[in-house]
Design a protein around this ligand. Structure first.
Ligand code: SF4
Length: 327
């Protein structure tokens, strides 16, 4: 399946699959964990796609697979029209610089033995983007760009707060001069008071440099705030995919409705009037899944047909796709 907009596309993913083989005993067929199963979407240049869903639903695997940190099992990944799905490490080098990642945990993603200068200078030197004194000048520029102080460059990761470490992580991603950035839960390890600051930095950088983001999060409110379009993931599958406003005004999939109903509402009157949908039943196993709706074990509307085949993502209108037999 192909989902593309009429705007200039940065990343297009078609029927992407990432399966992991789990070893069993001798002479037995391996178990297959379907972490990402037939997912399609596209992101226009300079825009943000939010990917939401519960932990373990395959969001991070998608992020790592589109960057080719994992080899895809099947499907296609196109970066600005160029197919990169099967490129080997050497051929990927030209794209690696343009495609970067900001990691979830600023505590473990920075090398504790290196100071800020060395952490940020590493991609600049490795990719030969600057040389000699220009490397230091570029690091100072990046440190300033993410709101750190000039004297921070001589300090080590343990001397910083979580928010400051995430700023260092952002500066390191920017050092490669990227165009497309996978932001993998970039604020979930941070205090609520710091989360907005990091989101503001990401938004300002996008405005200034026209970055394209794949923003992975379980925080729907944050995803809604930052995204042009949103994909709702469940058990390795994309269940609904729409422009952000359209998703909130016209959500269709029972899982999306449950997710959104669980969002905290600031206004006490609205909160009292709203009804939270509590899902019952267990999440199915992603190992050797049957050909059925992945949400059938928890869906309040399940019918026999739901257990007979997996629903495909269908177009509702230009801005909206959903995977449900009853819609
Ligand atoms: Fe629910 Fe069936 Fe739709 Fe799946 S296909 S979401 S089980 S109604």
């Amino acid at each position: 399946m192909s989902i593309s907009s009429n705007r200039e596309t940065c990343l297009e993913v078609k029927n992407l699959k990432k399966y992991f083989e789990l070893k069993t005993g001798w002479f037995q067929k391996p178990n297959i964990l379907k972490a990402v199963d037939d997912v399609s979407f596209s992101i226009a240049k300079g825009e943000t796609m939010g990917l939401v869903g519960e932990s373990g639903c395959g969001k991070t695997t998608i992020g790592r697979t589109v960057l080719k940190l994992y080899e895809p099992t099947d499907g296609q990944i196109l970066y600005q029209g160029a197919e990169i799905t099967r490129l080997k490490d050497k051929e990927m080098q030209a794209f690696r610089r343009k495609m970067q990642m900001i990691f979830q945990d600023p505590y473990t993603s920075l090398d504790p033995r290196k100071n800020v200068m060395d952490i940020i200078a590493e991609p600049i030197r490795f990719m030969k983007l600057k040389q000699g004194k220009d490397v230091g000048d570029r690091v100072r520029e990046l440190v300033e760009l993410v709101g750190l102080k000039p004297d921070h460059i001589n300090r080590y990761p343990h001397e910083f707060s979580g928010g400051q470490r995430q700023r260092i992580g952002i500066a390191r991603a920017l050092a490669a001069e990227p165009e497309f950035i996978v932001c993998d839960e970039p604020i979930s390890a941070l205090d609520v008071s710091i989360q907005a600051q990091i989101i503001n930095i990401l938004e300002e950088l996008q405005e200034r440099y026209k970055f394209t983001y794949l923003f992975i999060s379980h925080d729907l409110a944050m995803v809604r705030h930052i995204s042009n379009q949103i994909g709702v993931m469940y058990l390795g599958n994309l269940l609904e995919y729409a422009q952000a406003d359209e998703l909130y005004e016209n959500m269709l999939h029972p899982y999306t409705k449950a997710l959104i109903s669980a969002e905290p509402i600031a206004d006490p009157d609205l909160a009292a009037a709203s009804q939270r949908i509590v899902l019952e039943g267990d999440v199915l196993s992603p190992i050797n899944p049957k050909d059925e709706c992945p949400f059938c074990s928890r869906c309040p509307y399940v019918k026999d047909v739901c257990r007979q085949a997996k629903p495909e993502l269908k177009k509702v209108n230009e801005k909206h796709y959903v995977a449900c037999h009853l819609l």
